[in-house]
Design a protein around this ligand. Structure first.
Ligand code: 3PG
Ligand code: MG
Length: 398
């Protein structure tokens, strides 16, 4: 298990007021939770704490409100959480002050209370010590189970760790253990697949990866920038031409670090950016001037499969084509299915994360077959960039 962290194994929570930071930032549709994945992930910690006799006080943010805003209330999420954990989840209409204090004082051992959106107070995002103190007075210990919010140094994600005894929750533990196996101490060779539209959002990530992985597959719109930097004519494809020098620097770094960069060798090209637009596969020397690359081609898919065959560990972020539109989902889906099959066969440890990535794996129907799929978006990217995450750092035993 992850060393250097206190976990729920290190504390007797019976009768204690446990401030439990989770990520309740879930997708909503018409006032109802439309995807309960994040709720299911944290259920284990909540149930364990409740059964051990803790007074469970849930802290979380929702959306990015500027001050109190009914549309960002956690109340409907607390209701949905109750169904997931199959226990009553009480709700208090504020996370500090009288409403919160009364609700906490009334809690009995084993009961669960969700407090209103922490971001209704400006002190949350400012990590204001006065606000931290108002939260801290509600609890005896702080448990952080929100890896996906750990890139934020906010009062409830980081500040509390300085003033209360701090512990990693079970979801945080599982996440750190899975991510550790992917990049910190992986079974080698380790390969990364990175896709998505833009290089500009992933420069730090690519630079960190080339120093850590044995091979890096680049796909999606961002591959076009690399191809363009190598002199390939890419027609009207999405491309950040001003980043050609950055792309060349990443090639150099990769070479110095002995990391193979695997770019597409062919492409699926269409002439309109829309689902089911007529499309054709071309070699890189024949991309039509008025065409747009929307997916990796069949030979590239074979190369990705071969790269996966060579690897014992895979870390994946970002689709390799415009996967939201058929048939341009093919490359992503085939690579995902291939990685899933290798994982099921016991040949590969596969870890994936980032918003689009999870959607793409679900679309391919294989998310459950990966070794670990992180529900984190921004935090997963910052972890892939090699940056310390404040909400994790604060957990390291002092
Ligand atoms: C997320 O949904 O990725 C996390 O909850 C963080 O949310 P934020 O990007 O609004 O800080
Ligand atoms: Mg987000």
């Amino acid at each position: 298990m992850t060393t250097g962290f206190r976990t729920l194994d290190d504390v007797d929570v019976k009768g204690k007021r446990v401030l439990l930071r989770v990520d309740l930032n879930v997708p909503m549709d018409n006032g109802r939770v439309s995807d309960t994945t994040r709720l299911q992930r944290i259920a284990k910690t909540i149930i364990e704490l409740s059964e051990a006799g803790a007074r469970v006080i849930i802290l979380a943010h929702f959306g990015r409100p500027r001050g109190p805003d009914p549309k960002d209330s956690l109340k409907p999420v607390a209701t949905a959480l109750g169904y997931v954990v199959m226990r009553q989840v009480q709700f208090a209409p504020d996370c500090v002050g009288e409403a919160a204090e009364k609700a906490v004082a009334a809690l009995k051992d084993g009961e669960i209370l969700c407090l209103e959106n922490t971001r209704f107070h400006a002190g949350e995002e400012k990590n204001d010590p006065a606000f931290v103190a108002r939260l801290a007075k509600l609890g005896d210990i702080w448990v952080n189970d929100a890896f996906s919010a750990a890139h934020r140094a906010h009062a409830s994600t980081e500040g509390l760790g300085h003033v209360l005894p701090a512990y990693a929750g079970r979801t945080m533990e599982a996440e750190l253990s899975a991510l550790g196996k992917a990049l910190d101490h992986p079974a080698r060779p380790v390969i990364a697949i990175v896709g998505g539209a833009k290089v500009s959002t992933k420069i730090d990530l690519l630079e960190n990866l080339v120093s850590k992985v044995d091979a890096l597959v680049i796909g999606g719109g961002m591959a076009n920038t690399f191809l363009h930097a190598q002199g390939v004519k890419i027609g009207k494809s999405l491309c950040e031409k001003d980043l050609a020098a950055t792309a060349l620097r990443i090639f150099e770094k990769a070479e110095a670090a002995n990391c193979a960069i695997i770019l597409p060798v062919d492409a699926v090209v269409a002439f309109h950016f829309e689902a089911n637009a007529p499309s054709y596969a071309y070699g890189l020397d024949g991309i039509p001037a008025d065409g747009m690359i929307l997916d990796v081609g069949p030979q590239s898919i074979e190369r990705i499969h071969a790269a996966i065959d060579d690897a014992r560990t895979l870390v994946w972020n970002g689709p390799v084509g415009a996967f939201e539109m058929t048939p341009f989902d093919r490359g992503t889906t085939q690579a995902a299915k291939y990685a899933a099959a290798r994982t099921k066969a016991g040949k590969l440890v596969s870890v994936a994360g980032g918003g689009d990535t999870v959607a793409a794996l679900n679309h391919a129907g294989v998310a459950k077959d990966f070794t670990y799929v992180s529900t984190a978006g921004g935090a997963f990217l910052e972890w892939m960039e090699g940056k310390p995450l404040p909400g994790v750092e604060v957990l390291k035993a002092r």
